[in-house]
Design a protein around this ligand. Structure first.
Ligand SMILES: [Zn+2]
Length: 130
């Protein structure tokens, strides 16, 4: 396993754990082999790059530093990691957010309510699991 960053303090039970793609963090498709790591040919081709690990580590750090009730936008992390060339990192930042949900570290919300990371469309906010 190549999960980056330190282990979160919030450990999930096996029952809560859900099999998700190691890149995009979306639920694995029904019928995927038990040992499959990637949900699609695209995710298998890209795997996890150095920048993906940096996005995830930075998001984890920022989530830990948020004041109570605060949330962050994936674009903030894309900007922090990518600088002027942050736009190509928007989807990778959203993928990092989904991986942190799968790790039990974060929640993804829209209009203040937790949403399903696999199906949420449009702007999202990320907040720590408390
Ligand atoms: Zn995937």
């Amino acid at each position: 396993m190549t999960r980056s960053g330190r282990r979160g303090s919030t450990r999930r039970t096996d029952e809560e754990a859900e099999r998700v793609c190691a890149r995009c963090g979306r639920r694995m498709p029904a019928g995927a082999p038990a040992d499959a790591r990637w949900c699609s040919a695209a995710c298998r081709r890209l795997k996890l790059q150095e920048v993906d690990h940096r996005l995830e580590a930075d998001m984890r750090e920022r989530l830990g530093a948020l004041s109570a009730g605060a949330t962050l936008c994936p674009s903030e992390i894309a900007r922090r990691v990518g600088g002027d060339d942050w736009r190509p990192l928007m989807e990778p930042a959203r993928q990092a957010a989904r991986r942190l949900v799968a790790a039990g570290v974060a929640e993804i919300a829209q209009r203040g309510s937790v949403v399903d990371p696999s199906t949420a469309r449009g702007p999202i906010r990320v907040r720590p699991v408390r």
